[in-house]
Design a protein around this ligand. Structure first.
Ligand SMILES: *Cc1c(COP(=O)(O)O)cnc(C)c1O
Length: 490
């Protein structure tokens, strides 16, 4: 797989005098650059640009694009992330000039089509969630959590109440406690029971007149729907608190159950997960938030509004109570356009089928995997499940079997599942097949896992054997990335 084009910088491919373009002969009078641009603004030396041919450029970047795994090139069962296939038509539509060439400073009158799309998306998300007051501004799920908790703070402030605590179960995503702290709350972890559901006794012990919000991910990160959720909502509401639904797992319940109907007061969507926006490598995403009518006045402003009288769309800069802007302009509009296309393409019945198929696929994979890996939380799941490689630790003495198996999967051309999350499952391997994969792919993945478990320990310990970069120090790779490939880095 290795060749010069994929391991050299484009500057190293440069040869003086080479060019990728042929400019036509100049047909206007020529002038020296000094006559056109003030001398103080001119550089004394020409910029150091690579001089390469067009095929060199194409091969270089095409090869670079294959060094990592992607949904377009590999199966990607990364639990909690919903790495489903992104239909290319959504990409084409988002790139239409009519969308891509708009300027955010244009007047409302001149961007009616864009505003109409965003308004309809607000309506659709309000309908899917059962929570009609929507803001599209937040730029990611975590940002939606933060914005919604700021709304909760503003709401309690207006009610003349001081409520300092945000609660969430121990299986929650790390963004929940982080958002709570950033919004100025103290964070309290609520235990889960052995079956993965919230420990109601522990919740009751911690509820009081200082409870602001209980954050719950349902279906949870264990891939289970907590059927106590309505009871939990009643308990929290009786204590005067609000329910926040972390909507990262909406892929399992679209058109089947609505958070607004099972007690949530607010939630976020991750369009880049549920509605197929391409993601990975850190973005871009979006994190629309949906709320009850009671909380609408506190939403970030502006929101997109429709005026019945004039039949026009406009940006409503909102009320005194609004927490204000949380993102420049309208939010990550490109991602929102893709979400709109995805929802409109499927329609209500289609969205329900998406969830039914996602759940069916996950249960099929679960049935295959539990033959050789433990699945601590049961025989059935929603759209994902968490296997445990603890038995492998016992039988082989491997220190971190989930990590070793994950690394070895790369050699077989599979992206690994999410490992060591949620923290409540030792040697956890969280698998989310998504609805876009075939039975053949799921079978091939399960068979590969089984093959890996029969391999010699040394093979696992030193994996991956076939990738360009093998085992980087993960902390250093994030903090001080060395992006240049060298022989010694191998
Ligand atoms: C992905 C995820 C988040 C955070 O969403 P981002 O869009 O990545 O910020 C929060 N909670 C859960 C359960 C998630 O899976």
């Amino acid at each position: 797989m290795r060749n010069n084009h994929s391991t050299q910088l484009i500057f190293e491919l440069s040869t003086t005098g080479r060019t990728g373009v042929q400019l036509p002969a100049c047909d206007v009078p020529q002038q020296e650059i000094e006559q056109l641009i003030p001398a103080a603004l001119l550089q004394s030396e020409a910029p150091d640009l690579p001089e390469v041919t067009e095929p060199e450029v194409v091969r270089h970047f095409t090869n670079l694009s294959t060094l990592n795994m992607s949904v377009d090139t590999h199966y990607y069962p990364l639990g909690s992330c919903t790495m489903k296939y992104n239909p290319k038509r959504n990409e084409r539509i988002a790139a239409w000039d009519g969308f891509a060439q708009l300027h955010p400073y244009q007047s409302d009158e001149s961007v009616q089509g864009m505003l109409q799309l965003l308004w309809k998306l607000q309506q659709m998300l309000g309908e899917i969630s059962g929570l009609p007051a929507v803001s599209l501004q937040p730029a990611a799920g975590a940002h939606g959590e933060l914005a919604a908790l700021m709304v909760a703070a503003a709401y309690f402030h207006q009610q003349g109440e001081t409520r300092s605590k945000v609660l969430a179960p121990d299986s929650a995503h790390g963004t929940n406690p982080a958002s709570a702290r950033m919004a100025g709350f103290d964070f309290v972890t609520i235990r889960s029971q052995a079956d993965g559901r919230v420990d109601l006794e522990h919740l009751k012990e911690n509820l009081g007149d200082d409870t602001a919000v209980f954050m719950i991910t349902n279906p949870s990160t264990l891939g289970l729907f907590d059927d106590q959720v309505q009871l939990i909502a009643d308990l929290v509401h009786e204590a005067g608190g609000l329910i926040y639904l972390d909507g990262a797992n909406m892929n399992a319940i679209l058109g089947i159950s609505r958070p607004g109907d099972f007690g949530a007061d607010m939630m976020h969507f991750n369009p880049h997960k549920t509605f197929s926006g391409p993601h990975g490598g850190g973005g871009p995403g979006a994190g629309p938030i949906c709320m009850t009518e009671t909380l609408r006045p506190f939403l970030p402003n502006p929101t997109v509004t429709f005026c019945d009288e004039t039949q026009t769309y406009y940006l409503d800069h909102g009320t005194q109570e609004s927490i204000g802007r949380v993102r420049s302009f309208f939010g990550n509009v490109g991602v929102l356009i893709r979400a709109y296309c995805y929802i409109r393409t499927h329609g209500p019945e289609g969205l329900r089928r998406v969830s039914e198929t996602a759940v069916l696929n996950a249960n099929y994979l679960l049935s295959q995997v539990k033959g050789f890996l433990g699945v601590p939380h049961g025989d059935r799941c929603m759209h994902e499940f968490v296997a445990s490689a603890v038995s492998v630790k016992e039988s082989t003495g491997l220190k971190q079997p989930a990590m070793q198996i994950a690394k070895r999967l790369l050699d077989y051309g599979f992206h690994p599942p999410t490992v060591y999350f949620p923290l409540t499952v030792p040697e956890g391997m969280m698998m989310e097949p998504t609805e876009t994969e075939s039975k053949q792919t799921l079978d091939a993945f399960a068979e590969t896992l089984q093959t890996i478990l029969q391999e010699p320990i040394e093979t696992l310990n030193n994996a991956p054997h076939s990738t360009h970069i093998r085992r980087p120090d993960e902390v250093m790779a994030a903090r001080q990335p060395i992006v240049k490939w060298t022989e010694t880095a191998d």
